[in-house]
Design a binder for this molecule. Structure first.
Ligand code: NAI
Length: 258
C-alpha cells in the first residue's frame, strides 16, 4: 500500500499513530521538528514547503493517506505560531499533497482538531473568517485583544478554522470526488507532553477543573486507534465528519446540539 504521511510523528498522538501504522505494516513518512523522516518547522512558510516537498520526494508521488497531528497547545505569547502550525501546517501541506493523495483514488486523511472548538468562549467570529481568508496578521491582532484569554482563544480559533477548512474542502470534486476522504478527529484532553505542559503551567488549575464526565484523560494510544479506524476501509463513506472523542465534555456543554 502507498505511504502515509504523519506530521507531529515525534511525540504524543502523532507518534502513537506512526507506531501503530508501522506495526500494521504500513509505510510511514514522519514530519516533525526532530526525530522524523522529514525535519521541518511548520510555523514558517519555508518550513511548510520543506515538509511538503520532502514528503512527496520520499513518497515517490503517491500517498495513501495522511494524519496531521503536529500542533502547539495554548501558550501566552505564542498565538501567531499556534495559528501557523495548527492551521497553515495543515492546509498548506494538504494542498501540496492533494495530487499525490488523488493517485490511488482511495486515500484517507485525518486532521487533529479539538473539542476546544465547541467549549472555548470568546472566540471572535471575525477572526475565524479572517483566518479562512488567509488574513493571519489581522486575525492574530484581533485575538491578542482578548488579553488574558488570547492563548486559549488563539488555540481554539486555529482549530475552528482548520475544522471548517476541512469540512468545506471535503465535499468538493477535487477531494471527495477524487476519492480523498478528509475528516477531523477532535479529542478532549489527552495525556501527552502537550497536555502535561498545560497541567504544569500557569493555567494548570483551569485545565484540571475542566469537566470531563468520564473523569479521565484520553491516551495517545486510544486516539491513535481512532485515527487508524478513520484510515481503514470502515471509513469508506466517512467524509467531512468531526469525530469527537472527549470523555463527554462536548455533550455536557452542548446537550441540545444534535
Ligand atoms: P505533542 O506535543 O505530544 O506532539 C505534537 C508534535 O507536534 C510534537 O512532536 C512537536 O514537535 C510537533 N510540532 C510542534 N510544533 C511544530 C512545528 N512548528 N513544526 C513541526 N512539528 C511541530 O502533542 P499531542 O498532544 O500529541 O497533540 C497532537 C495533536 O492533537 C495537536 O494538533 C493537538 O492540538 C491535538 N490535540 C491534543 C489534545 C491533548 O490534550 N493532548 C487535545 C485536543 C487536540
Amino acid at each position: 500500500a502507498a505511504a502515509v504521511a504523519v506530521t507531529g510523528s515525534a511525540s504524543g498522538i502523532g507518534r502513537a499513530v506512526a507506531d501503530a501504522l508501522r506495526a500494521d505494516g504500513r509505510r510511514v513518512i514522519g514530519v516533525d521538528l526532530h526525530d522524523a523522516d522529514v525535519i521541518a518547522d511548520l510555523s514558517t512558510a519555508d518550513g511548510r514547503s520543506t515538509a511538503a516537498r520532502g514528503v512527496l520526494e520520499l513518497a515517490g508521488g503517491t500517498l495513501g493517506g495522511a494524519v496531521l497531528a503536529a500542533g502547539l497547545g495554548p501558550a501566552a505569547g505564542r498565538e501567531r505560531a499556534t495559528i501557523e502550525v495548527n492551521l497553515l501546517g495543515v492546509t498548506a501541506l494538504l494542498e501540496a499533497w492533494r495530487p499525490a493523495l488523488a493517485v490511488t483514488g482511495d486515500a484517507r486523511v485525518v486532521v487533529l482538531g479539538s473539542n476546544s472548538t465547541t467549549t472555548t468562549p470568546f472566540v471572535p467570529r471575525r477572526a475565524i473568517r479572517e483566518l479562512l481568508r488567509g488574513e493571519v496578521d489581522a486575525a492574530t491582532r484581533r485575538i491578542r485583544r482578548r488579553r488574558g484569554l488570547s492563548a486559549p482563544v488563539a488555540y481554539a480559533a486555529s482549530k475552528i478554522a482548520v475544522t471548517r477548512w476541512v469540512r468545506r474542502r471535503a465535499v468538493r470534486p477535487e477531494w471527495a470526488g477524487a476519492g480523498i476522504r478528509l475528516n477531523v478527529l477532535a479529542p478532549g484532553p489527552v495525556l501527552t507532553p502537550l497536555l502535561r505542559a498545560q497541567l504544569d503551567g500557569p493555567t494548570g488549575e483551569n485545565v484540571r477543573s475542566f469537566p470531563i464526565p468520564v473523569r479521565r484523560f484520553g491516551t495517545a494510544d486510544v486516539l491513535a486507534s481512532w485515527a487508524l479506524f478513520m484510515l481503514s476501509p470502515a471509513a469508506d463513506v466517512l467524509v467531512g465528519s468531526v469525530i469527537v472523542v472527549d470523555g463527554g465534555t462536548d455533550a455536557l456543554i452542548r446537550p441540545s446540539t444534535s
